[in-house]
Design a protein around this ligand. Structure first.
Ligand code: ZN
Ligand code: ZN
Ligand code: FE
Length: 761
């Protein structure tokens, strides 16, 4: 009679379920519960047919949802009853290698705890093996050539498995069952040490040799997971300065790696949420508040109160840091803002004048991928750079798009995106498109995404800017192109990320974007949805004397701000912060503004931050993007409760009132940190006033925030708090960047909406 109680289920599991140990996990669960049937990979994800006692089946189903392997992510799971087949055993079937239309390639994952223990266990056969990995960790995206995810389609294909590794690979009960990058000392990739001339340095233990060179103060170039890093001992100021000079990187803060959480706590004040983020499978760089008296080299982040730390995410990093360093500077191995270098030969050529010693390896990196950067804003992660550990994880739209679209993103901090149904795949951080090398990188990565996602775009979407290199490229392709205004894309991006499509209020604040009136926008209150938008309010435009040179020389913006606030009287103002600027240079700028020579105007909020930073004497020349604004944020006194009164009812939002108030405080001897705080808060209040007005007139109560200015934690936390106090529902970014790195998602949402509208009419 027992057979009567047998049930059989067909279970479909979608999401990140391939190449993450999902089938062996199912196999183990079935065995534990005495069930029979099979599991296999198919084009949708994982397919299970399982039968047995109904109670055992329900335990199996519960565990399937609750005990998924660390790297697996289930996006959909459904089950239906089937006729029992009375199978005798449970088996794992090979991948169904047919079409792979909706499978997902996992992001690269940091080394897991089990592998770390084996790495440092002298009894283990992989003791100190720099490429140890298993199904729960290791490289994925950076080594994959195509789908299905199988060793033959990765850069591991040139390393035939030895007997021991092969046994693990074929054993469903082993942690390394179908771990495609599985390898060991005998069969896998190896490291090699070279000098800056490219000559091999013979050494019994290249890693120990490298550590001793780093201890002496050498600059090392180390081939990692997604590309090369340049490393120096972060507590050796001379070494850090040497790296800065050789790389031509004057002041931009440098990323750091600490051997463990305890070391990070020693240098930074950490919160539980930041610590969790630091240790999440992606192991991003997390921005922390630095402790006041930390003993890192002062030149690591001169003048900044925040430090970017990550933990070792490959076995190689562990071997370099363990018992040797409390912190290493680990900056991308590239030239200025060009793409990160992945190739051994290219590294030796391009970084030969920067690094004293090179640690190379022979596991090829197929896709360059920088470290991701994340911070906490309003109790949520905010991604500043979406790359290793996140790419190519999709963002899900609330409904499937009508056709596959490739969105080109913007000119700076570029990231493109490809849509497939309701999934949008944002590329890794590509970089600034003013380098030819970056455009070439983007094109290669675009082809790669189409390959691994098995998706050909039928439509392109680009920024409306007439001169963005990537937009020009899009227009030259043989596909329909949708052109989207920059700030509309920002608004659509935060809406799409949060799954909202009804008209809402967008407060979009950034450095610059091409507006429909042909001027440069960036301090905008928009009303819109994916289909359309209107400009409800904007910051009073300020002049940009010298156009792009004004961005590199914020002192020019300080004069423009004075000119906006005081008109002719601006020339008579003398500020200590501008004493280092020659009189004749100042006169030239005033002349340019009066005669309109190379002086466009902009409503940009980012430029207003730059101007105030320069007025306060914090930054007159900027060696990297957003430096002036970051310095202004860094000094803000959170305990000051002053606020400027900047009444607004209609017309342009009153930047000039704000600037006058800053000047009054400055001449009245108010400390700079207090002025900075008041400026941040008062600017936020101005935008909140505009949102309230939009609500009164249009009955809207949702506010979406986007644009690079929201990377400013002080400003973001304040404006979010005030908006909520006023009863608004506030939507922000947490899965993709608020800066131009997130534009492509908005571009996709707009292109989908346009195509749907076209079809309807
Ligand atoms: Zn592992
Ligand atoms: Zn082996
Ligand atoms: Fe922007």
């Amino acid at each position: 009679m027992k057979t009567l109680s047998v049930q059989r289920y067909l279970v479909r599991v979608n999401g990140h379920v391939q190449g993450v140990g999902f089938r062996p996990f199912v196999y183990r669960l079935a065995h534990q519960n005495g069930l029979t049937g099979f599991v296999n990979n198919n084009s949708e994800g994982v397919l299970i047919e399982v039968e047995g006692d109904p109670e055992c089946l329900s335990r199996f189903m519960q565990a399937l949802r609750q005990e998924t392997p660390p790297l697996a992510q289930i996006t959909a799971l459904d089950q239906e009853l089937r006729t029992p087949q009375f199978d005798k055993v449970f088996t794992i079937h090979d991948s169904d290698c047919g079409q792979q239309a909706s499978t997902l390639i996992s992001p690269d994952a940091a080394i897991c705890r089990d592998c770390t223990e084996e790495l440092f266990n002298p009894e283990n056969r992989r003791y100190r093996y720099p490429f140890i990995n298993c199904t729960n960790c290791g490289p994925r995206f950076t080594i994959v050539k195509g789908v299905p995810y199988d060793r033959s389609l990765t850069t591991m294909t040139c390393f035939p498995l030895c007997k021991a590794c092969g046994d693990e690979y074929h054993n469903p009960l082993d942690r390394r069952f179908h771990a495609q990058p599985n390898a060991c000392h005998i069969c896998g990739p190896q490291v090699q040490l070279n000098d800056s001339q490219g000559r091999a340095i013979s050494s019994q233990d290249p890693i120990t040799h490298l550590v001793s060179r780093l201890k002496e103060g050498a600059v090392a170039a180390v081939r990692g997971l997604g590309g090369f890093h340049l490393m120096v001992d972060a507590r050796n100021n001379e070494a850090v300065q040497k790296l800065r000079i050789r790389k031509g990187r004057e002041e931009k803060p440098l990323a750091l790696m600490a051997p463990n959480l305890q070391a990070v706590r020693r240098f930074c004040e950490t919160t539980p949420m930041e610590e969790a983020l630091l240790q999440s499978p992606g192991h991003p760089i997390v921005l922390f508040n630095a402790r006041k008296n930390h003993d890192l080299a002062p030149s690591v982040a001169p003048g900044f109160s925040r430090l970017g730390f990550m933990l070792p995410y490959t076995p190689l990093h562990h071997l370099i840091l363990a018992n040797a360093f409390q912190a290493l500077v680990m900056t991308s191995g590239n030239l200025s803002e060009e793409p990160i270098i992945t190739d051994n030969e290219e590294a030796l050529q391009s970084l030969g004048s920067i690094a004293d010693v090179f640690l190379l390896h022979n596991r090829d990196i197929l896709q360059p991928c920088d470290d991701a950067i994340v911070q906490i804003v309003d109790g949520q992660p905010q991604i500043l750079r979406r790359a290793r550990g996140y790419t190519p994880g999709p963002v899900f739209l609330s409904e499937p798009g009508p056709l596959p679209v490739l969105a080109c993103g913007g000119q700076f901090k570029n990231s493109f995106a490809l849509s497939r149904g309701s999934q949008v795949f944002l590329s890794q951080h590509i970089g600034d498109m003013d380098h030819v090398a970056t455009l070439a990188f983007a094109q290669k990565a675009m082809a790669h995404f189409q390959q691994i996602l098995q998706t050909k775009p039928e439509m392109l979407v680009c920024d409306r800017h007439p001169n963005y290199l990537i937009s020009k490229w899009a227009r030259s392709q043989n596909l329909p192109v949708v052109e989207v205004f920059h700030h509309h894309a920002h608004l659509a991006s935060v809406m799409a990320e949060n799954g909202i499509s009804d008209v809402c209020i967008g407060i979009i604040l950034d450095g610059s974007g091409f507006g429909p009136d042909g001027s440069i926008w960036g301090g905008e209150v928009l009303l819109g949805n994916f289909h359309d938008f209107q400009r409800f309010a904007w910051l009073q435009p300020m002049l940009l004397p010298g156009s792009s040179s004004a961005i590199r020389e914020p002192w020019r913006l300080a004069l423009a701000a004075l000119h906006l606030a005081l008109g002719q009287e601006a020339k008579a103002v003398s500020l200590p912060g501008l004493n280092n600027i020659k009189k004749s240079d100042k006169a030239m700028i005033f002349q340019m503004m009066e005669q309109g020579i190379n002086t466009p105007s902009t409503s940009s909020a980012g430029r207003l931050f730059d101007a105030v930073s320069a007025l306060l004497g914090l930054c007159s020349h900027s060696s990297f993007e957003a430096q002036a604004a970051m310095k202004l944020e860094a000094v803000a006194d959170s305990d000051d409760d002053g606020l400027y009164s900047c009444h607004w009812e209609k017309g342009p939002l009153p930047s000039s009132t704000l600037i006058k108030a800053v000047l009054a405080d400055l001449t009245g001897g108010v400390p700079i940190p207090a002025i900075s705080s008041r400026f941040h808060k008062s600017l936020a209040e101005i935008f909140v006033a505009a949102a309230i007005s939009a609500r009164t007139i249009h009955g809207l109560n949702r506010v979406a925030l986007s644009g690079g200015v929201f990377q400013n934690v002080f400003f973001s936390n304040y404006i979010i708090k005030i908006l909520r106090e006023k009863g608004f529902y506030v939507f922000t970014h947490s899965k993709i960047p608020c800066n131009d790195g997130g534009l492509a998602l908005g571009q996709i949402a707009i292109a989908h909406a346009r195509r749907q509208q076209e079809r309807r009419s």
